[in-house]
Design a protein. Structure first.
Length: 54
């Protein structure tokens, strides 16, 4: 663990495991830092950003 600027501690888990997925909005191949679940849409970074701005 290391000390962060606010006096707390952050754990360093190393690089995240990335999983391949297909965006449910535009159909583009992308990678996400979690294992996609069957029947749930996954969005690429661009489509996710557009959805969050609503």
């Amino acid at each position: 663990m290391r000390n962060d600027s606010q006096g707390g501690f952050k754990r360093d888990f190393g690089p995240k495991e990335m999983h391949k997925a297909t965006c449910g909005e535009c159909g583009k191949q992308c990678e996400v830092p979690f294992k996609p679940k069957e029947g749930r849409d996954v969005f690429c970074r661009e489509c996710y950003s557009k959805k969050r701005s609503y």
